[in-house]
Design a protein around this ligand. Structure first.
Ligand code: ADP
Ligand code: MG
Length: 211
């Protein structure tokens, strides 16, 4: 049955599903980062998600923000590098914005993405068009704001589609940040690895709330 108004422990289970999917997707993420960067994104995300599972699995959560913030802190402390900081910030800053919410619905999804995206951009300095995970995140956050009154499964499906479209659009961008910067126009044709991670994460959250 489709789920709306998730409890803290349902949020935990939804995030654990995303962790498992990222771990399984290591080869895809490795290939994506090999095309543009140094090829370590798959292994880094896998390490981060193993740490997330250790902190979340079997824990009882009494507040909506806690599983999200716990996930962010686990990523920050286990991954290192650029992606540890930006992905950790997404979940930590996004989660913090949920403090006091009675449940996780479409409104909270919008709040999470708005604060998370703002946090990532102020931490990492990337703007839309720089060919980073921000190019999947910003369209997802914008979409979430327009569907904040919908039921969560509809809102999450729309957000996942926006993240995927943003990831696809990153193929046509020239990298201006990080290691891919030196490739210049040779970065064309490949999606950004972090944007691939963002689209996998939201596709999994959408599957969780749809089932
Ligand atoms: P590293 O860049 O340290 O090798 P990863 O390969 O794990 O780290 O992650 C690279 C991904 O991190 C990029 O594909 C991009 O999406 C994201 N990223 C890197 N720097 C930034 C930044 N300043 N802002 C937003 N995202 C970034
Ligand atoms: Mg890398």
């Amino acid at each position: 049955m489709p789920k709306d108004a998730l409890t803290p422990n349902e949020c935990r289970d939804m995030l654990l599903a995303a962790a498992d999917r990222i771990i399984e997707s290591e080869p895809i993420l490795t290939d994506a980062d090999r095309a543009l960067g140094d090829g370590d994104h798959g292994i880094g995300m896998q390490r981060g998600m193993m740490a997330v599972k250790e902190k979340l699995a079997g824990q009882d959560f009494d507040a909506i923000e806690k599983p999200f913030m716990t996930m962010g802190m686990a990523m920050m402390s286990s991954m290192g590098g650029a992606s540890g900081a930006v992905f950790g910030t997404l979940f930590r800053a996004g989660g913090k914005a949920l403090t006091g919410a009675p449940a996780f619905g479409a409104r909270q999804l919008a709040d999470f993405l708005s604060a998370g995206t703002e946090g990532v951009q102020s931490r990492g300095g990337a703007k839309p068009g720089d060919k980073t995970m921000v190019d999947a995140l910003v369209p997802a956050a914008e979409k979430a704001a327009t569907v904040a009154d919908a039921a969560l499964p509809e809102a999450m499906a729309a957000v996942a589609a926006a993240a995927e479209a943003g990831k696809d659009a990153s193929k046509d961008m020239i990298a201006t940040m990080g290691r891919a910067k030196t490739l210049g126009e040779r970065s064309l044709g490949h999606p950004d690895a972090g944007a691939v991670s963002v689209s996998i994460i939201f596709a999994t959250l959408s599957d969780y709330v749809a089932a």
